[in-house]
Design a protein around this ligand. Structure first.
Ligand SMILES: O=P(O)(O)OP(=O)(O)OP(=O)(O)OC[C@H]1O[C@@H](n2cnc3c(O)ncnc32)[C@H](O)[C@@H]1O
Ligand SMILES: [Mg+2]
Length: 168
């Protein structure tokens, strides 16, 4: 089977490869059609769905996958949130959300003034390309859960739902 992931981000591509080990995985950097820093569950989920749909248009694969990172408020606290979508060539779609962790107030401030989390994290952690490697989730969990591992969990949720649906 052929899959296409709607991102050029290596952490996202590796997450799909980790779960769909028997399949051929392509990647296409397609637009999420939401803001570059989604600020709610709704917007982040929509970005994942748009990327899955867009990747199927850009490639002839059987399945398109979209993974999107964002942030969302619970009362006054800002959390990292993550969403995934899997869409088949026949337009059957599945969605799932990943881990959430609380972000420090200083990160919240940077995002509120318009900075993207990926850029903020590089400055905060004094590392480079955090978004393509351990991610904010890796930094704030002391490298125990990487961005790839977190997204692999989302992809597993998608894979499982699709398998369950296939069994009728
Ligand atoms: O190439 P794409 O697929 O767009 O990869 P991306 O790293 O930009 O990832 P998203 O668009 O899904 O994430 C939206 C924003 O949130 C940032 N972000 C989300 N989760 C992150 C994480 O765990 N670590 C670092 N940045 C993160 C990301 O860099 C963007 O600024
Ligand atoms: Mg992005």
């Amino acid at each position: 089977m052929e899959l296409v992931i709607g991102s050029g981000n290596p952490a996202k591509i590796a997450a799909v490869n980790d779960v769909f080990t028997e399949d051929e995985v392509f990647s296409r950097d397609v637009p999420s059609l939401v803001s570059s820093q989604p600020f709610s569950d709704e917007e982040t989920r929509k970005g994942a769905i748009n990327r899955a749909a867009g990747s199927l248009k850009a490639n002839s694969a059987d399945i398109g996958i979209g993974l999107e990172g964002g942030v969302m408020y619970v009362e006054d606290d800002l959390y990292l949130c993550n969403w995934g979508a899997l869409i088949t060539r026949d337009h059957v779609s599945f969605t799932a959300a990943g881990a959430r962790i609380l972000l420090p107030k200083e990160i919240e401030h940077e995002l509120k003034i318009g900075n993207e989390l990926g850029d903020v994290m590089d400055g905060y952690a004094k590392r480079e390309n955090v978004r393509k490697k351990e991610g904010a989730v890796g930094i704030f969990t002391n490298d125990r859960i990487s961005r790839k591992a977190m997204f692999a969990h989302v992809v597993k949720l998608l894979h499982g739902q699709w398998e369950y649906w296939q069994q009728g």
